[in-house]
Design a binder for this molecule. Structure first.
Ligand SMILES: [Zn+2]
Length: 216
């Protein structure tokens, strides 16, 4: 009898156990508005990878009116590949050990800039754990245009790649800036900074976009 019950219990668990785990994962992820990475319903059904040296840079979320746009994607390709080309040149006369850039891997979310639920400046839910949340003298949140998260190798950026069908130069600067952080962490530059690493890193990202001819 004991054996029978035991076997019966096991077989029921074997049947419903994986089902419960599966349900837990899907409903759990969908129900967590604090997840910084995109929720299943926010992800593109198929991520878009960039080209050439950026072929492992994947756009996993792209939310804007009209959806992902081919002209905008070409601009992202051009910016990313120029960043990869300029990165080693930027360090040429600096005392940093720069390893060759291979297999640069990054995820990108392109999302609305406002503080609406799950958008770029939503610090109540999606970006509640973001570093460097800053307020102006009136106590209003300073809006950010882009954010790089080291732990997950993710770039979050506002969705105004184009303005009136033409490249938005401010977007270009921000994307190059965030890509600099991504490369710096992935290829060991950040860890070589002296003193306050975060301050040096931020200054250097701005110097880099200026070096590229994109302004700070
Ligand atoms: Zn920065």
């Amino acid at each position: 009898m004991f054996n029978g019950d035991y076997v019966h219990g096991m077989s029921i668990f074997k049947l419903i156990g994986p089902l419960l785990i599966l349900l837990g994962l899907t409903t759990g992820a969908a129900a967590n508005p604090h997840s910084m990475t995109p929720l299943p319903n926010e992800e593109l059904s198929q991520s878009l990878s960039l080209t050439n040296a950026c072929s492992k840079v994947n756009i996993v979320e792209w939310r804007q009116d009209g959806g992902p746009n081919e002209i905008a994607k070409n601009k992202l390709n051009a910016i990313c590949n120029k960043v990869i080309g300029d990165f080693p040149r930027f360090f040429k006369n600096k005392e940093y050990n720069v390893t060759p850039i291979e297999n640069f891997t990054q995820s990108v979310s392109i999302i609305p800039i406002d503080n609406g639920f799950r958008n770029l400046n939503d610090i109540i839910f999606r970006f509640s754990t973001r570093s460097f949340i800053e307020y102006d003298e009136n106590g209003d949140l300073i809006t950010i245009l882009g954010y790089h998260q080291r732990a997950t190798s993710f770039i979050y950026i506002y969705n105004q790649v184009l303005i009136d069908g033409k490249l938005n130069k401010q977007f270009r600067t921000v994307f190059a800036h965030e890509l600099f952080h991504a490369l710096s962490y992935q290829f060991g530059i950040f860890y070589q900074h002296d003193g306050n690493k975060n301050e040096t890193e931020e200054e250097m990202a701005q110097d880099f976009t200026e070096f590229m001819g994109y302004g700070r």
